[in-house]
Design a protein around this ligand. Sequence first.
Ligand SMILES: Cc1cc2nc3c(=O)[nH]c(=O)nc-3n(C[C@H](O)[C@H](O)[C@H](O)COP(=O)(O)O)c2cc1C
Length: 644
Amino acid sequence: MHYPSIFSEGKIGTLTLKNRIIMAPVDTNFADYEGKVSEKMLAYYEMRARGGVGMIIVENSQVEGPRGKHTVRQLCVSDDRFIPGLKRLAFAIHKHQIPAILQLHHAGRQTTREFTGGLQPVAPSAIPCKHLKETPRALMLDEIEEIENRFTKAAIRAKTAGFDGIELHGAHGYLIGQFMSPYTNHREDAYGGDFEGRMRFPLRIIEKIRAAVGEEFPILFRLSADEFVEGGIKLEEAKRIAVRLEEAGIDALHVSAGIYESLMTILEPMSYKEGWRVYLAKEIKKLVSVPVITVGNIRYPDTVEEILSKGDADFVALGRALIADPEWPLKTKEGRIKEIRYCISCNEGCLGNRLTDYIGCSINPEVGRENRLGKKKKPVTPRHVTVVGAGPAGITAALQADKMGHHVVLFERNPWIGGQLRLFASMPTKHRINDLLNFFEYQLKSSNVELRLGTEFDPQNPNTPLDVVVIATGSIPSIPILPGIKDDRIITPVQCLDGQCPKGNEDVLVVGGGVTGCELALFLKSLGNRVILIEKEDRLAADLEEISRMDLLKRMAKEKLQVFLRMSLREITEEGAILADSEGKKFMVKPTKIVLAMGNHAQAILRRRLKGKANRLFVIGDAKEPRTIYYAIHDAYKAVLSIT
Ligand SMILES: Cc1cc2nc3c(=O)[nH]c(=O)nc-3n(C[C@H](O)[C@H](O)[C@H](O)COP(=O)(O)O)c2cc1C
């Protein structure tokens, strides 16, 4: 048996789970505008139930009309009219004999009027969230009681709809968490003041729900065991909370972390370490006897097995890992580890546009299309598909074309796959990209794609089929026309990572404060170089997803990286590099290396050479327009689907 601890039965209240993997609640925005379950949502959850998890906690469903809402299409359980849809959802999960839990949620102050239908958000106290910058109104006592009752009614609806239990969302700084936390609860009445006062709201909700649903219906509680803000809940306080919640009769504790103001600790970007916050669950588990669930930045079966076998937690919840690969549990069980498409924590597809649009996934373009996947399609006439360039776009195109039954040849001029990604993966903070490259490598080996490494594509070669050609040749660095630009102190980011990296004790000037320039500057500093970064605009890493950007800026501040905004490179002379600020004032620096991270432009020379020669021609990924992995992979997937 692979992974005996993962695949041992577990119990939560009256429920028996066939293994120790729980699908973490992940707000998909797949509900309709009213908050009803949609076909998209049903298919998304059913696919994950089929993938072999032990239990699914369905995303935060809000208990109070628009005022409690925090995304545009948030799932609702605030009225009986939502029950029929929820019934279908529970049924879709039950079809695969997987217990289904519904998470109950009220956003409190962590929302904006955009989502609450113009209503002012409410909270224990009128303290604005620094992240959203919306000032809430403090709730009156009768309103608090009304919201407790709403949670209770929502739990009854969940039970009526056939769910096997509910989870109270007491984590991440939403309303329940706001009441528990001294950071957000400054009330002086019965619902605030001291520990008991702050606990009153969750405890009364638990008491009311228990009375309504009976002893047999599990109530789980999600808690941020460290809010990672000054004056917020810390582990010591969380331990007291956990004990109190157990006394109140909850059936499991789901130990998470963070609030919006410490967002990076809720949804870690790529630089965070695997399983870094398991210690929170471990400490809490020492004090309670109900099952403890750990969660957060856990990707690998080995990590999960270790957590469970050491007894640090009873269950492990996976969020993004199951967005990226719904079959993670099944593949793990069957020892097909190399087939797992590991989440790389880029946050771009799932979080990038979650508040206003559906979630997606950078590396799994099928997220949100699950309802179309099972449908019978017209048979595809096999074509000869030639893909040029084995970066993420080219590989995705080749694999998808192969899956559809086409004959595929993939040309790559380098002796390796992965394009520029392979080089960027060599930076420690980008290490998870290696998982994607390994996945690609394994998928290509297991496919019928004819991979021609170290081979330049030659359209003149009469043996090259020019039926369908996909150009995925990536991009090349943009080099400005400036005096001295041919100087041999100048390197591009790719050259820097490909053997020409200043190894330490050099003076390096990085020009360009996009994500590449910032990451490289940090990396070069970590190697012991003295680094200056200049950016001509006044915003760094403007091209990066919000959480990853916050993390990057924090790391730059921590490392005291020297950054000059509104500063540009004017000239390179023998003496040094001449810079100018936005007013034209000039400065001289004397670097031994200058890294030009000034963006890229598409490299699609082939397009012209193939015009009129190929039956169908696609230009995808960076060859179309330099953008992120998300676009490279999604471009490729969509292009190939359209081949008939
Ligand atoms: C797109 C997205 C939506 C989320 N929605 C919820 C939610 O509805 N309720 C919740 O408690 N946590 C939510 N989370 C947090 C996850 O449950 C999980 O705690 C977090 O993603 C860290 O775990 P992971 O690294 O396994 O993804 C969400 C996370 C993501 C990425």
